[in-house]
Design a protein around this ligand. Structure first.
Ligand SMILES: [Cu+2]
Length: 150
């Protein structure tokens, strides 16, 4: 049972790998690529939600992410978790520098995107649009969906 599952998973990743090669060949690799984007569902009363992702800088120059916005939220900030006197807290980062060829991993307990004050409560499968603006003038629009938490 688990063997079959593993084989399927390998097959799926091969297909994805080939698809990404074709995409890169057809359109040229984007300067900055986003993957593993996750927005976990939060209780309906929550005033904030978090977004996690991998951001890869495919260029040989550093990229500075200095603004994120979303039509579904009043405000979007980049946050970093840190330990102060044994307590976890988070502080805002004004800009996130991604070095040449670096993959920045935004994850729970680390750097994350804080989605503040949803204009309406968002549940599993609701769409979220995020616009990432870089100091170099590039911007990327990502459409994703809220995921159910385990
Ligand atoms: Cu936060």
């Amino acid at each position: 049972m688990s063997k079959i599952f593993l084989a399927r998973k390998t097959f799926a990743s091969i297909v994805c790998f080939i698809a990404s090669i074709n995409l890169a060949a057809a359109h040229g690799l984007a300067a900055i690529t986003f993957s593993n984007i996750t927005i976990p569902e939060a209780p309906p009363v929550a005033s904030v939600m978090a977004a996690y992702m991998h951001i890869k800088n495919n260029t040989n120059a550093k990229k500075i992410l200095n603004k994120i916005s979303s039509p579904q939220f009043k405000r979007v900030e980049i946050h970093e978790m840190h330990m102060t006197n044994g307590m976890m807290s988070m502080k805002q980062i004004q800009a996130l520098t991604i070095k040449a060829q670096q993959t920045m991993i935004l994850k729970p307990g680390g750097i994350h995107v804080m989605l503040i004050k949803p204009l309406k409560p968002l549940k599993h499968n609701d769409q979220v649009t995020l616009t990432f603006k870089f100091a170099s003038g590039e911007s990327t629009i990502i459409n994703t969906r809220v995921q159910k938490t385990d």
